[in-house]
Design a protein around this ligand. Structure first.
Ligand SMILES: Nc1ncnc2c1ncn2[C@@H]1O[C@H](COP(=O)(O)OP(=O)(O)OP(=O)(O)O)[C@@H](O)[C@H]1O
Ligand SMILES: [Mg+2]
Length: 297
């Protein structure tokens, strides 16, 4: 039988537990959206650089998203693979266009589920990638869009802020089975940015230092007052971490280094090259299986 070129595991390493064990999650197998919160200087950027550098180096992952800070996703605009759906800088219309494309792609994939007699997509490759939708400083994206709606006096039906919220809600609720993952970043999780229903679709949760117990409980509803007090004392890079099927734990995120290092890693991750290697490997495996003479390695 012919093997597929896809992968069903996309492990992302985050750091170490307090017992020295590796901690991370699997973008493919955990099938969960990711929420990360942390106040300024809590180590949010370091943790995000780490996740995105690993995602960028995997030909089975397509990174899209919106980044009002102009920093986090900027390197994705400068690499060999042209990606129209990376919005670097505050741009409400481009964010709506990006999310609209994600939603259409999600619908297209979901329409394919019945013909393929499957209830979810769990294998990804260069020709059918997992799509990671990064929303950096999500409250800032919404605020920027709302300011623009007000400044231009847009009528309710034309407003962009509610459309961004609606797309994110819909994608959170429906798109994990279509191989789409949200990575939503904020200084603190607030009910006004992700409502209760949508929030329950975020299975991978990272809380770096935050000062309000409500923010801790927003992402980790069963956190005790002691947990919340502990989070307020976290050093940069220390994180309360939760993923599907595992309890809460405290971990240390890996330290990636300065921004330039991250930027160069993204800029130089050549997805076409990686995809070709992956295709070549799949072909070798196919020939080796069919003809039994070719060394697949
Ligand atoms: N995992 C880590 N291990 C050790 N030190 C860390 C770690 N993460 C962050 N730090 C330290 O904390 C500083 C701030 O980290 P980082 O820039 O990631 O925070 P941030 O939450 O993104 O802050 P900002 O609000 O300024 O964007 C780093 O320069 C580094 O000195
Ligand atoms: Mg930062």
């Amino acid at each position: 039988m012919r093997k597929s070129a896809g992968v069903s595991r996309i492990p992302i390493r985050l750091g170490r537990s307090q017992y020295g064990e590796d901690v991370g999650f699997d973008l493919a197998a955990d099938a969960a959206h990711i929420a990360m919160q942390g106040k300024t200087r809590s180590g949010k950027s370091q943790a995000t650089y780490n996740v995105l550098a690993q995602a960028a180096a995997n030909a089975a992952v397509r990174v899209v998203g919106s980044d009002p800070t102009h920093v986090l996703l900027e390197p994705f605009k400068h690499r060999g693979v042209s990606e129209p759906y990376v919005v670097s800088g505050l741009n409400a219309q481009a964010t709506v266009d990006m999310l609209g494309w994600v939603k259409r792609e999600s619908d297209r994939r979901i329409d394919q589920m019945w013909p393929l007699r499957t209830d979810k997509f769990s294998e990804f490759g260069a020709s059918f990638p997992l799509i990671l939708v990064v929303l950096e400083e999500f409250p800032g994206i919404l605020e920027g869009a709302a300011d623009e709606d007000a400044a231009l006096g847009r009528k309710p039906a034309e407003r962009l802020a509610p459309r961004i919220s609606a797309y994110v809600r819909q994608i959170a609720a429906q798109s994990a089975k279509a191989g789409i993952r949200l990575l939503l970043l904020s200084q603190r999780a607030e009910a006004s940015i992700i409502g209760g229903n949508a929030r329950s679709n975020f299975g991978v949760k990272m809380t770096l230092r935050v000062d309000e117990p409500e923010s801790v409980r927003m992402l980790h509803p069963s956190a005790s007052p002691e947990d919340c007090a502990l989070v307020e004392t976290f050093k940069p890079g220390t994180c309360l971490f939760e993923k599907p099927g595992e309890g809460r734990q405290i971990m240390r995120c890996d330290f990636v280094g300065e921004y330039g290092r991250y930027a160069r890693a993204i800029e130089s991750s050549d997805l076409r090259f990686l995809a070709t290697l992956q295709q070549d490997q799949a072909q070798r495996e196919f020939f080796a299986e069919e003809f039994g003479v070719v060394d697949p390695s």
